[in-house]
Design a protein around this ligand. Structure first.
Ligand code: TMP
Length: 204
């Protein structure tokens, strides 16, 4: 039986996700903070494969399988045990990212039915209580990333069109799950306020 709350933070490149997760860590240090791809020792190994340069040209279908394999391990070894102990969990990305990056970004839309089936079979009672979507216009997000001159991965480096498809994908996904959309085009200060208010509401 799940006792803790499971929250997912997701968003496109440059949405400020990393900053918001760091903020959540400061305010809710007792929670378990985790991420996808990864979040358990074996899933972190799969992450390294997924983000390796060799994976750049892998099809959406290939990536989709790898992400789900990593996710099941992550759920079984990190997320579900914490929730059962009554600890709240915040994951930086989850299945919402597969829906948008593989099915919309990488245009593997024929996986749609399989996505919902995988979710039913793999996620089962580990369903998130809330998805917090940090919504940034792709032009704004990508220009923030360019300014930061951070190391990027092969998903970050794709064309603007890819990121526009991703944003549309999020809105489609969110129709089916409990969610809050935060306008991440605002200043960091405004996004912080909205984000903390949302977390306080859901965690009580
Ligand atoms: P990160 O940039 O948040 O560390 O995430 C790594 C990359 O993996 C990011 O570009 C999004 C991508 N990704 C997918 O394509 N599908 C997924 O299911 C997940 C969890 C991440």
């Amino acid at each position: 039986m799940k006792k803790g709350k499971f929250i997912v933070v997701d968003g496109g490149e440059g949405s400020g996700k990393t900053t918001m997760v760091a903020l959540a860590k400061e305010h809710f240090p007792e929670m378990v903070f985790t991420r996808e791809p990864g979040g358990s020792p074996f899933a972190e190994k799969i992450r390294a494969v997924i983000l390796s340069p060799e994976a750049k040209d892998a099809h959406g279908e290939t990536q989709f399988g790898l992400f789900w394999a990593a996710r099941f391990d992550h759920l079984q070894n990190t997320i579900i045990p914490a929730l059962q102990r009554g600890v709240h969990v915040l994951s930086d990305r989850f299945d919402s990212s597969s829906f948008v990056y593989q099915m919309h970004g990488q245009e593997a839309r024929h996986l749609r039915d399989m996505f919902w089936k995988m979710r039913e079979v793999y996620v089962r009672d580990g369903q998130p209580d809330l998805y917090i979507f940090l919504d940034v216009e792709p032009e704004v997000g990508l220009s923030r990333v360019a300014k930061r001159k951070e190391t990027t991965n092969h998903f970050d480096d794709r064309a603007l069109d890819f990121h526009k498809r991703i944003r549309n994908g999020y809105f489609e996904f969110l129709k089916s799950v409990p969610h809050v959309v935060i306008n991440a085009n605002q200043s960091t200060e405004e996004v912080r306020t909205d984000f903390l208010r949302t977390l306080k509401q859901v965690l009580g």
